[in-house]
Ligand binder design. Structure first.
Ligand SMILES: Nc1ncnc2c1ncn2[C@@H]1O[C@H](COP(=O)(O)OP(=O)(O)O)[C@@H](O)[C@H]1O
Ligand SMILES: [Mg+2]
Length: 364
């Protein structure tokens, strides 16, 4: 449905999008996630020709988007941006029907389409006469979505569509929005700066940083096999240990890390020579925390508890190693439930360890 090939865009010589390629299948819901200024909005705007790329190609449904005038292209594209952007002095119906009215649809057709969309978005039919200020934030967001769907677009572009909502409402609305878009069956690209939102909503995520698309994959692929440090740290939390490869065999790698004060052992090979400078990423939930000293060996370290964030079903321990590095460990609240010992507390010495299949080795 969408083929973006080697697209570049700079503003006054400063690159905003660099060599970006991505394909999105018909009916797919793809999310681009990245920090502010990473080029997400610029990429979306190039898809509906609010901006023109400096180089590269964009095809929608097999056709170069430059093959038709922008107004024609935009007829098939729904676009909704962060500020809900409803006209405050217009009713819900007038807001949804703004574009059909411009296009001089017959009155009955407009009415029927508004009815359909209100039903689809689970808004009561009599909401059509309300004004935006008489709706909750989530309802306003649904009206804005109805407005972008009114022309039955083939492609829906959403730029931080939930950005105006507070955290709680945002979470409620995320799944609702996915379900609606799936029900409509429209191909959708959404951008957001919120990693959790991207993980929750999409079957395929693209990670953007400084104008580049760093990695594309399912939420699980990206979480378990990040391709670089940025992705590993941006999606979820991780402990990153810098070091050098000291043993490099097909099924076994060892990394000497000063930050850890020891050796990281990985039970699979990596592509890279001995001596190579690498980072090993270990997720906090893979770090085991014990109160008793462990046998000496790889993948372990002792430290003192500096902070404990109690989060109900689990706690996150911040443990300071001898060299000063803070390592995070997720400890399930059930861990010290029925044992005779109590959970470790501030300033206590604890022993950290993880399995040899936990670390992901990153070279950039
Ligand atoms: N119209 C513009 N003129 C100049 N610079 C721009 C313009 N639009 C965006 N930029 C710059 O391009 C970069 C990417 O911006 P943007 O695509 O809006 O990022 P995001 O949506 O990921 O926050 C930023 O550095 C921004 O300042
Ligand atoms: Mg933006």
């Amino acid at each position: 449905m969408i083929e973006i090939a080697n697209v570049n865009k700079a503003f006054h010589g400063a690159p905003a999008v660099t060599d970006l390629s991505l394909t999105v299948a018909e009916g797919e819901f793809a999310v681009l996630v990245g920090t502010s200024g990473s080029g997400k909005s610029t990429m979306l705007k190039m898809l509906n020709r609010l901006l023109e790329p400096d180089s590269g190609d964009i095809r929608v449904a097999g056709r170069d988007i430059r093959a038709q005038p922008p107004e024609l292209l935009r007829r098939h594209i729904g676009y909704a941006i962060q500020s809900v952007g409803l006209f405050p002095h217009w009713t819900v119906e007038q807001n949804i029907a703004a574009v059909p009215q411009l296009l001089k649809w017959p009155r009955q057709r407009i009415q029927a389409r508004v009815d359909e969309l209100l039903a689809l978005l689970q808004l009561p039919a009599d909401f059509r006469r309300r004004y935006p200020h008489q709706l909750s934030g989530g309802q306003q967001q649904r009206v804005a979505l109805a407005r972008s769907l009114v022309k039955r677009p083939k492609l829906l572009l959403l730029d931080e569509p939930l950005g105006a909502l507070d955290k709680k409402l945002r979470q409620q609305t995320q799944l609702e929005l996915v379900n609606t878009i799936e029900a409509v069956g429209v191909t959708c690209i959404m951008v957001t700066h919120d990693q959790e939102e991207a993980m929750t909503m999409s079957s395929r995520i693209g990670i953007m940083s400084e104008g580049k698309l760093l990695q594309v994959g399912t939420p699980t692929e990206i979480y378990e096999y990040p391709s670089c440090r940025f992705t590993a740290e941006f999606i979820g939390e991780t402990n990153m240990f810098e070091g050098a490869v000291v043993v490099d065999e097909p099924d076994r790698v060892e990394i000497n890390s000063q930050e850890l004060g020891g050796v990281i052992h990985i039970d699979h090979g990596i592509t890279g020579p001995k001596g190579m400078h690498v980072w090993a990423s270990v997720r906090p939930e893979d770090v085991r925390l014990d109160k008793q000293p462990l046998q000496p060996g790889a993948n372990r370290a002792a430290g003192t508890v500096r902070d404990i964030a109690y989060l109900g079903s689990y706690s996150v321990y911040h443990v300071k190693l001898a060299g000063g590095k803070i390592v995070k460990a997720v400890v399930p609240s059930s861990r010290w439930c029925d044992a005779n010992e109590t959970a470790p507390t501030w300033d206590e010495t604890v022993y950290l360890s993880w399995r040899a299949d936990s670390p992901v080795v990153l070279t950039q």
